[in-house]
Write a protein that binds this ligand. Sequence first.
Ligand SMILES: Nc1ncnc2c1ncn2[C@@H]1O[C@H](COP(=O)(O)OP(=O)(O)OP(=O)(O)O)[C@@H](O)[C@H]1O
Length: 314
Amino acid sequence: MSDGQADQAIQFKGIEQRKPNFKLGPITLDIPKGFITAIVGPNGSGKSTLFRMVLDLEKPQEGTVHVLDHRIGSGDDAPVKQRIGYLPEESLLHDDKIKAFEKARFNSYWYRNWDVNRYQELLLGLQVNDNLPLGKMSKGMRRKCEFALALAHAPDLLLLDEPSSGLDPLAWKAMIEMLHRYMEHGDRTILMTSHIVEEVKRLADYIVFMAQGRVLGVYEKDELFSSWFTFFISGEGLSAQTASTMPGQCGVESIGGHSFRITTSKALQADQWCVAEGITIISKQALELDEIMSTLLQQDGISKRVHEARGNSR
Ligand SMILES: Nc1ncnc2c1ncn2[C@@H]1O[C@H](COP(=O)(O)OP(=O)(O)OP(=O)(O)O)[C@@H](O)[C@H]1O
């Protein structure tokens, strides 16, 4: 990701928040303008909390959030909020009684760029009838409606918190296509969370891994999927000790004789290492997103324990 402020849609700087049973941060993270960034991580990692900080719905105890070159909470946030579309993870209870078209009318007063034709087009594409109270809609219908409501003012920044929650496969496909079309504009940005591997693979340019209130890593998607592999290797007299020196090694398992199964985060260097060491690659398999996540979590657990042990021995 680039460093220049103008290239960033969101900058989290030194964010910290402490709650009785949860600590978020410190987090310093840039979300690049013009791309889709997906934050992935287990339940309770703090993903939605970060989203709420972008909109000043929650305040960090330490640090700052800059959104589209404006520091949140430093004066009038309304102009920047006009440029944001937000689909929260949970529907707002106080919207239950109003009909979707009434909510759309309200949005048309609030958002200067509200485009009624665009809203209708989105509803049509998703096959939603907006003449119903939001609380009377099925979960998926309401999600689709809220999606259209978040997108109809063509925001510069779109925050989607688990957007496909409750959507059927056809609606999901339509939503993915709509998001691709939305990004064709070139300088728009999406920050999303998702637990659905396929969704992240189809949409994200960058992937941020979060767990227990911390960022474990930020990766460019294609680079990520071309770097993380499981190698099955074999070599005469190959020992576990030698096998564990494979570049990027994150786990070695003996599979009998002088053969090993090794997970690496540096597949290219691992390939070269095998050639240099005269080791045969029996086969290799790209890791899925959830497998990368669990390896990162495992590594993080290990590094945390080493850190704590070092701290205790001082
Ligand atoms: N182990 C835990 N048990 C119960 N609550 C937890 C735990 N860990 C974190 N939390 C709660 O989760 C909150 C963070 O939630 P947040 O909604 O930001 O996470 P998230 O990553 O979006 O989770 P989800 O994937 O479930 O939507 C914290 O404020 C804390 O109250």
